[in-house]
Structures are given as structure tokens and as C-alpha cells.
Design a protein around this ligand. Structure first.
Ligand code: GLC
Length: 447
């Protein structure tokens, strides 16, 4: 992502922390509204648009003057969707173990994937695809029980009434022509109404909010509008503080993010949309590790795929989704319904807890040499098994002295034959909610 964008997002986040709840909503009501999202853990993001034709960066390539606007828009003539099979997309996503999907209904370039009546700039009206390519996918995904999210760029660098065009060219200043800005707002509101009616999304994933303030966007009115179609709608943070959950982007957090609800949006190679030249794909194992990393910090992973203009999905991305599917199917109890684990340093691996806090899940993204050690565990361990295979594991406590409270070391034997080819998960059943020793040890005064 561009440095400028990063800076703007950082500023927006600093100036506008997320509202805890919507006006009139109790914390319990918000928790209820967020419940599916909290349990979902994995979502698949789809960036699909005319930018896939030449494989240039979505919208930013003309904004940053890497190529002229006309050349960018000439890609419309090559967007065919000839091999687009929305049912196959939905099945692949469902089989990855994802519980929701978020698709770009319109990126910053303004090209709508559905048949919008608010403008002519759309795939149905201006590309050989010649049809709405958004709602068929929404329908198939919903049929399989996936929750539906729509990415929508609030800013639109193509719209004649939007003030910014490229980084070197602006159309006008809002203060000089408020009526023109109002026309733009009417346009955004009209599109949001269309999307709400046509797709009844469970989630709106806004982007591009950083160019205007909450007041200028009429952010509270946007939320009210969406809520009038679906009172349980969830909105991401990118609406100048009026959203429900945080969206760290690309950089995997190293400490648990401050927002109660959050989701890491993340690419498989280095691009959101399809780019022929970007072959820097992460391996399925690398992505799986990042997924588990998010779980251990109590967040979701929103993993992006970038289909080609014809609707096919690169093999490398399919392989990642399939491996996630294999692994999540086998390890369901250690995925959905878990919450953030214990602090790093107690175990050499990632951890989560079950809802009641008496099962500690340990994720091993490596092949252990010798027993896996848990230190600082005040609880008695009742049993240890391998998630997905049910094999009971032997464990022993070492170094526990009876005269103080400092726990010993729990040493768990993990034989080679129980290892998962990706990430092995151990379940440690405790005698009650997890309790940790957080001291620095003491001098022994009796023996
Ligand atoms: C960024 C970019 C955009 C991308 C999005 C996904 O803010 O503007 O190109 O779609 O993040 O998270």
C-alpha cells in the first residue's frame, strides 16, 4: 500500500477511535450483533475488477500516475468474465472453512460490478461481460450459508462530482461548491441503497474514507441508512470511526490489537487484484500460520484472492484455500468459538482458549524436538489430546515444589505419528479456567 494511504489511515485511527456501540445500543446488543463475526474467524476477500485485465494495481495505478486514466479505463474492453462461475467461487470459499466473504462491489476507480442505476460506469454497461457479476455470486454464497460482505469505496476518483481525481489533479474544493459535493453524496447514498436492496449484505466493508471527515461523508447517516435495511448490519472501521471493528491491513500484528473486534485483511501474494507479474505467493503453510496467529490474538483473517478478468482464480490461491479447508475441517473445535490465548512466552507456539477458558489449545507450526513444554500453568492438567485425531498424549510435571505456588513445567510428549502436515494442535484440559503464574520466581528457604 502507498505510504500516503498508510499515513492517512494511521491519522484517521488516531483521531477517530471506534465507537464502542451505536447510539441506543447496549454493549450486550452489540455483542449479539457481532456474534457471528466473532465466531467466524476466517473470511475470504475478493478483489475483482477491470484492473485484472492488464494486471495493474486496482485504481491506485492511475491515481498515482503510473499510467494515464484513459489507458486504465481501456481495460474495460478486455473484461469478459467468460469463465466466471459464481457457484464454483462460493464452493471454494465455503470449503476453505471461511464463514464469510467480502467482494469489491466498487473500488476507488468507480467501476461498479452490478447494474447500478446511479451511473453508467459499470461492468454490465461498459464491458464485454455485459451483465451484473456481483449479485449472482452473492446468491450462490448465501445459498451455501456464507455471510455476505460488500466492499464499497466511499471515494470515487472517476465521478465528475468527486473532488479528487489523481494525486496531481483535483476537480474542485468542497468548500467552494457544496452543492456539487451534495450531488456526489446523493450518488453514494443511491448506490448504497441499491446494494442494500439487491444483496441484503450482512456486512459493509468501506474503504477510502481517509480523504474526507466523518462530517463530510455524513457517516452517521450512512450507518442509519444501512441499518434501515438490516438493523444487524456490521460495518468495518473505515468510515471515520463509525464502524464496528478494526481492520489492520497486511502487517500481521505483533501484539493484540486494541479493538475488541478486529480482522486482518491480507493478500496471498503482494497484490489485492490479479497481477500477472506478481508471483510472490506465500505458501499454504505460511498463510495457515498467519491464520493461527490471528486466532491466538482473538481476531479474524480476511484473506484476499484476485480472480483474473475471465473469472478464473490463480492455482496458487486455490491451493491456499484448499489447505485452509483441510486444516479447518480437521481442527474445527480449535478454530470456531475460540478466543485469544495466553500471553507469548508460556509455550513455544500459538495458543487460544475455548469459551469457558478450561481448554488451552496449543498450535505447533513446527516439528518438536523433544517434549512440548508449558510453564507457569497454575492449574492441574486433567488430560491432553491431539485435536482432530483424538490421540491421548502423555505428559508429566517436572520441578514442582510443594512449599510454594510456583507451578512446575508441564512436559507433553508429541510423537511423530500424531503430527499434522501443517500445524499440529494439542488440547490441554485444565481443572478450571486457566490461571497463570506471572511472577519471577523466589529463593527457596526450606527443603
Ligand atoms: C487499501 C487500498 C485498496 C485495497 C484495500 C483492501 O486501503 O486502497 O486498494 O482494496 O486497502 O484492504
Amino acid at each position: 500500500m502507498k505510504r500516503r494511504t498508510l499515513l492517512c489511515i494511521a491519522l484517521a485511527a488516531a483521531v477517530f477511535p471506534l465507537r464502542a456501540q451505536r447510539p441506543g445500543e447496549t454493549p450486550e446488543q452489540k455483542a449479539e450483533r457481532m456474534a457471528w463475526f466473532d465466531r467466524a474467524k476466517l473470511g475470504i476477500f475478493i478483489h475483482w475488477g477491470v484492473y485484472a485485465v492488464d494486471g495493474v494495481s486496482e485504481s491506485w495505478s492511475f491515481y498515482n500516475n503510473y499510467l494515464p486514466y484513459e489507458q486504465y479505463m481501456a481495460q474495460k474492453a478486455g473484461f469478459t468474465a467468460v469463465n466466471y462461475k459464481p457457484a464454483d467461487w462460493a464452493r471454494l470459499i465455503k470449503e476453505s472453512g471461511a464463514q464469510y466473504t467480502v467482494i469489491t462491489s466498487k473500488h476507488h476507480d468507480g467501476v461498479a460490478l452490478w447494474d447500478t442505476k446511479a451511473s453508467d460506469l459499470s461492468v454490465p454497461k461498459q464491458t464485454p461481460a455485459g451483465r451484473d457479476v456481483l449479485t449472482p455470486f452473492v446468491k450462490e454464497a448465501r445459498r451455501l450459508g456464507l455471510k455476505i460482505g460488500l466492499y464499497y469505496s466511499l471515494l470515487d476518483w472517476s465521478h465528475p462530482d468527486y473532488p479528487n481525481f489523481t494525486k496531481t489533479e483535483t476537480r474542485y474544493a468542497i468548500a467552494d461548491d457544496p452543492a456539487r459535493w451534495q450531488r456526489f453524496l446523493d450518488f453514494d447514498f443511491a448506490q448504497l441503497r441499491e446494494l442494500s436492496k439487491a444483496c441484503k449484505p450482512d456486512l459493509f466493508w468501506f474503504d477510502g474514507d481517509w480523504e474526507q471527515s466523518a462530517e463530510t461523508w455524513h457517516a452517521p447517516e450512512i450507518i442509519d441508512l444501512l441499518a434501515s435495511y438490516n438493523k444487524n448490519v456490521i460495518v468495518n472501521s473505515r468510515i471515520q470511526g463509525y464502524g464496528d471493528y478494526g481492520t489492520p491491513e497486511q502487517g500481521v500484528p505483533t501484539v493484540r490489537p486494541g479493538d475488541r473486534y478486529w480482522e486482518l485483511c491480507y493478500t496471498i501474494n503482494d497484490s489485492w487484484g490479479f497481477q500477472h507479474t506478481d508471483l510472490n505467493f506465500k505458501t499454504p503453510q505460511m498463510v495457515l500460520k498467519t491464520f493461527v496467529d490471528c486466532l491466538s490474538m482473538g481476531g479474524n483473517l480476511l484473506l484476499d484472492i484476485g480472480p483474473r478478468e475471465d473469472g478464473t482464480i490463480p492455482d496458487e490461491e486455490v491451493a491456499v484455500l484448499q489447505e485452509l479447508g483441510r486444516w479447518t475441517r480437521k481442527h474445527q473445535e480449535a478454530v470456531y468459538g475460540t478466543r485469544a490465548g495466553i500471553p507469548a512466552g508460556f509455550v513455544q507456539g500459538y495458543t487460544t482458549l475455548n469459551e469457558t477458558g478450561d481448554i488451552l489449545y496449543i498450535y505447533l507450526p513446527y516439528k518438536p524436538v523433544g517434549p512440548v513444554e508449558v510453564k507457569g500453568l497454575m492449574n492441574k492438567v486433567n488430560r491432553v489430546w491431539v485435536v482432530g485425531s483424538g490421540n491421548m498424549l502423555n505428559y508429566k510435571v517436572y520441578n514442582k515444589n510443594y512449599w510454594n505456588d510456583i507451578p512446575g513445567l508441564v512436559e507433553i510428549d508429541v510423537p511423530e505419528q500424531v503430527l499434522d502436515p501443517g500445524i499440529t494442535v494439542l488440547a490441554v484440559l485444565l481443572d478450571g479456567p486457566v490461571r497463570l503464574y506471572k511472577g519471577a520466581g523466589e529463593v527457596i528457604t526450606a527443603n
